[in-house]
Ligand binder design. Structure first.
Ligand code: NAD
Length: 504
């Protein structure tokens, strides 16, 4: 393996061990969190996460900061200017963000560089939405002016997973700040670093103190308090379905709006009239990029029987040729996985697939060699031979594991796609656009990709249905989701209400 690219611990500008609690950078009072480099398991750094007291302190400060007229009365174009400065800061520090995130998660530098650029774009986009947003003057049914305005919720929270930290952070933080809130972010314990770097950038850009806290720490302490605390008016959560369900229950108790971006088991469907080269490239990218650690990973492949064997042969040959390697090597396509316990769980899922009758067509094991032994690698794996009802086809594995299955008709492809508790995304590969439209309308998922996969645009809403989540992020409505609506009735008649009988 080549190890090109600057990502050595001495070259990467890791943050210091302080966290941001209500405008103050200091050591947390919670348990220790260790960030490791998944390519060789070396320690990046250890910091202390937030305790429940730290969260309380951050919430108190956030309440004051959110109510401060200096923030609350800032005009939309002034808040937009702040978001632009944050975007510029992300762009200026993009290389460092990419390096820190690669060290923290093991993702390739190519991927983390793209994530940094996308985070900068997210802040720019919500600045533009904010400046162009209009309020509605509604048709009046009497002698009054009726209108509806959107106001900040107050103090809100974002809870994020480890797989794409800067993108998840930006997707929540940019619209939440644009809407005028104070925000508490809780990154995942396996990837706390980049959120701290982003917080420094926000501070440099002039975000007033107290409006942002970054509180790494335990989900069942820090995360839970953010959900249950009476002062928090909304939580946007990205993570696993079971944790999300628990959050929804607690949010229901206090009647708090939540947005839940959860897991997936997304089908990709290859019809016999598809361009097979394009399809094979898209399918491989859809499941094996990010080493399959992606909510939208296309992990269930359905191939029309007429091309099934030919397609599978092509897919297996090309998958075997994928370059598994070091995150800093520009040639790497499949980087290490985040942590040993996570790889263990993916390996258990592969063993379970074999136990339930599946055949491994490639991968299924760790790559061999000293460089690989040092890191948390797993070969891209293709499994066949199971019915859609098998656990392998129903449960999210969150690793580089694809199951392939044949189908005969369009109706069958739709039915198989929909036989799932999840509903996040679907890929359709066909030369017939009418068919793509029919199938796309028939599948129960929040996103449909046609002849492409895993493409994103901040202007296009994203989210899932069924066990994949609740609500949408991104898009123009992404800003409104962080506001509460207030309606005004303003009398224009200057007459007492006739009911009172005061009129002459
Ligand atoms: P996770 O659910 O274990 O953790 C996510 C976050 O929630 C972490 O910050 C964690 O500390 C916190 N948390 C844990 N318990 C909590 C509790 N009781 N209360 C409040 N917060 C709590 O998920 P993960 O392992 O970090 O990430 C992988 C999962 O995320 C996968 O299921 C993946 O599909 C999903 N995901 C979804 C999307 C999407 O947009 N739909 C995107 C990325 C990841």
């Amino acid at each position: 393996m080549n190890a090109i690219g600057k990502i050595g611990i001495e070259e990467v500008g890791l943050p210091d061990a302080r966290i941001l609690i209500g405008g103050t950078w200091r050591e947390g009072r919670g348990g220790e969190i260790t960030s490791i480099y998944p390519a060789d398991r070396s320690t990046n750094m250890t910091l202390r996460g937030a305790s429940a007291e730290d969260v309380e302190e951050a919430i108190d400060r956030a309440q004051q900061a959110a109510a401060d007229p200096a923030w609350r009365n800032l005009l939309p174009h002034q808040r937009a200017a702040l978001l632009h400065r944050i975007s510029d800061g992300i762009t200026r520090h993009a290389e460092r963000i990419a390096q820190v995130q690669s060290r923290d998660t093991g993702k390739t530098l190519a991927e983390t560089s793209a994530l940094a650029a996308s985070a900068a774009g997210t802040f720019r986009y919500f600045a533009a939405v904010l400046e162009t947003e209009e309020e509605a003057l509604t048709p009046s049914r009497g002698n009054y002016l009726t209108m509806s305005v959107h106001e900040p919720i107050g103090v809100v929270a974002g809870i994020t997973p480890w797989n794409s930290p800067i993108a998840s952070d930006a997707q929540k933080l940019a619209p939440a700040l644009a809407a005028g809130n104070a925000v508490l972010m809780k990154p995942a314990s396996w990837s706390p670093l980049v959120s701290l770097v982003l917080a420094r950038i926000c501070e440099e850009a002039g975000l007033p103190p107290g409006l942002l806290s970054v509180l790494p720490g335990r989900g069942d302490i820090v995360g839970d308090l953010l959900v249950t605390h009476p002062a928090i008016g909304k939580v946007s959560f990205t993570g696993g379905t079971e944790v999300g369900r628990g959050i929804a229950r607690k949010a229901a108790e206090k009647l708090m709006p939540v947005s839940l971006e959860l897991g997936g088991k997304s089908p990709t469907i290859v019809f016999e009239d598809a361009d097979l080269d394009t399809a094979v490239a898209g399918i491989m990218f859809g499941i094996f990029s990010s080493t399959g650690q992606s909510c939208i990973a296309g992990s269930r492949l359905l191939v029309q029987r007429a091309v099934h064997d030919r397609f599978l042969d092509l897919l297996v040959r090309r998958t075997k040729a994928l370059r598994v390697g070091h995150p800093a090597d520009p040639a790497t396509q499949v980087a290490p996985m985040i942590r040993d316990p996570h790889r263990d769980s993916v390996e258990r899922a592969i063993a379970a697939a074999v136990a339930e009758g599946g055949t491994i067509l490639c991968g299924g094991t760790r790559p061999e060699g000293a460089d690989y032994d040092a890191g948390i690698y797993l070969l891209p794996t293709i499994i066949a031979g199971l019915p859609n009802s098998a656990r392998t086809c129903q449960e999210e594995i969150f690793g580089p594991v694809l199951h392939v299955q044949p189908f005969d008709t369009e109706e069958e492809a739709i039915a198989l796609s929909n036989e799932s508790s999840y509903g996040l995304a679907c890929g359709i590969w066909t030369g017939d656009f009418r068919r793509a439209w029919r199938v796309g309308r028939g599948v129960g998922t929040g996103t449909v990709w046609v002849n492409t996969y895993k493409q994103f645009s901040i202007s296009t809403p994203f989210g899932g249905i069924k066990d994949s989540g609740l609500g949408r992020e991104k898009g123009r409505q992404g800003l409104r989701a962080w506001t509460q609506q207030k309606s005004f009735y303003i009398d224009t008649s200057a007459q007492p209400h006739p009911w009172a009988g005061l009129a002459p």
